[in-house]
Ligand binder design. Structure first.
Ligand code: SPD
Length: 245
């Protein structure tokens, strides 16, 4: 009913990115505030600590860009690591590849997964019941530190913006650990923020990745309800790689 509808905005500097809808979940966990807003045009939308993460109708613009350039780079990707990605969209896109044997999804906040299973079913679809998916409630930085050398074919960082508990996921030390646990031909991919509304952060991510890996390249596309609408994903490896094409 119209009277239950309110505007929820992500406020960034002097701009607001808002959706109108009904709040169907509002919960504080030890990590963040989680909101699910039920909207007419975007479906259910997930907001973490005041920032839009994903929505039923927009998620493909983000998840397809993060996953496919990395996965099509390899003939037979088998072991994949996702850091973050608790809504299940990145896992869903990965599991479309028949060669995948094991997908570790490391999410720090188990409530993001519980809420996504219930309210974002169009995004995660059947992934939560796929035997190849291993969900680990853990800090991504710790997980990577403890992982074996040369283990993963692809590492995908599907994080929130680099604030609070996510900021280490954008550090040189973290990228270097990812490089260590990737196989020789392996591919690293991360969301790398907006070149317009997060210009400084974006350029810093690109520079840090470039300093760490032999090869890196950034792709730009749009996610209309993120600040400025323009978004980026950066891919890196130690060898010349298909993602460059
Ligand atoms: N400013 C929003 C950045 C969010 C990137 N991650 C989104 C998670 C979708 N799986």
């Amino acid at each position: 009913m119209e009277e239950n509808l309110i505007w929820i905005d992500e406020i960034h500097k002097n701009s607001r990115y808002g959706l109108k809808g009904e709040i169907i979940v509002k919960k504080n966990t030890s990590f963040q505030e989680i909101i699910i807003l039920k909207t007419k045009d975007y479906g259910n939308a997930l907001m973490l600590d005041g920032c839009w993460m994903t929505s039923d109708k927009e998620e493909k613009y983000y998840h397809e860009c993060l996953v496919h350039p990395a996965l099509i780079s390899l003939e037979k990707p088998e072991n994949i690591l996702i850091i973050g990605g608790g809504d299940g969209g990145t896992a869903r896109e990965c599991l479309k590849y028949k060669s995948i044997k094991k997908l570790d999804l490391v999410e720090i906040d188990k409530e993001v997964i519980n809420i996504s299973k219930e309210y974002l079913q169009d995004i995660g679809q059947g992934v939560w019941y796929d035997k190849r998916l291993k969900v680990n409630i853990n800090d991504g930085v710790d997980w990577v530190k403890k992982a074996n050398d040369n283990y993963y074919d692809v590492i995908l960082i599907d994080s929130s913006d680099p604030y609070n508990y996510s900021s280490e996921l954008f550090s040189f030390q973290f990228y270097n650990e990812c490089k260590r646990i990737l196989k020789k031909e392996g591919v690293f991919a991360t969301q790398s923020e907006s070149p317009e509304s997060f210009k400084k952060i974006h350029l810093n991510i690109l520079k840090t990745i470039k300093n760490c890996f032999q090869i890196s390249s950034t792709m730009y596309s749009f996610v209309p309800f993120y600040p400025s609408g323009i978004w980026s994903w950066t891919f890196a490896s130690e060898n010349k790689n298909q993602f460059l094409e």
